[in-house]
Design a protein around this ligand. Structure first.
Ligand SMILES: N[C@@H](CCC(=O)N[C@@H](CS)C(=O)NCC(=O)O)C(=O)O
Length: 220
């Protein structure tokens, strides 16, 4: 395809309604006003559609999300978010100030590397019967670190008063915490930020409860 046509084409988001990493990308797209074509990858059905040979060609890690954009395929939600931030107009998702950027990356990495991978489906399937306690333990361990950090960095949002990639990571992680019955009330700053962010349109329209692949019994 010609380069100018590639730039006009809508990105394709291969994701799953309940995947927190897919939700991160949906929020970034919504904040930037980017229209996209969703392609559902059901992580449960058929033994996990992310494990199919066809999907493996798109993303050898066999995880969602994967995004086809501007003629390339990008997996890893933070790479996608930073790519759209660098190439699309709209609110900056990483602040201009290096200290603010470092704080946004610190919080995003804490969640994306220090919490989410430990409660991921593939890991929990290996853990077996203890999986709920395992997930709870690692989410709580992460939140115990995140709470004092956010107390230092937060204003209206995770870092100061501008929305950023850190907020995009926070809300889906709190959603996961609630699914695993973590008492988020123990973390007042996390709880406050989550509540504020969930009031925003970009977080509402991308919520797992209202995606094209959300099953009828989980819709609201
Ligand atoms: N670091 C990756 C993690 C991706 C990831 O863990 N995706 C999960 C859903 S949130 C997944 O596809 N799990 C499928 C599995 O574990 O088999 C990212 O940020 O995109």
């Amino acid at each position: 395809m010609h380069v100018s046509l590639l730039l006009l084409a809508k990105p394709v988001l291969h994701g799953y309604f309940r995947s927190s990493c897919s939700w991160r990308v949906r929020i970034a797209f919504a904040l930037k006003g980017i229209e996209y074509d969703p392609v559902p990858v059901n992580l449960i059905q058929d033994g996990g559609q992310q494990l199919s040979e066809q999907y493996k060609k798109l993303n050898p890690m066999q995880q969602v999300p994967s995004v086809e954009i501007d003629g390339i395929t990008v997996s890893q939600s933070l790479a996608v978010i930073q790519y759209v931030d660098e190439t699309r107009p709209g609110p900056r998702l990483l602040p201009a100030d290096p200290k603010g950027r470092a704080q946004v990356r610190m919080i995003s990495d804490l969640i994306a590397s220090g919490i989410q991978p430990l409660q991921n489906l593939h890991v929990l399937q290996k853990i077996g019967a203890e999986k709920a306690q395992w997930a709870q333990h690692f989410i709580e361990r992460g939140f115990q670190a995140l709470e004092p950090i956010l107390k230092q960095t937060a204003g209206k949002y995770c870092v100061g008063d501008e929305i950023s990639m850190a907020d995009i990571c926070l809300v889906p992680q709190v959603y996961n915490a609630e699914r695993f019955k973590v008492d988020v009330g123990q973390y007042p700053t996390i709880k406050r930020l989550n509540r504020t962010l969930l009031e925003m349109e970009a977080f509402k329209v991308t919520h797992p409860s209202c995606q094209p692949d959300t099953p009828a019994d989980l819709r609201s």
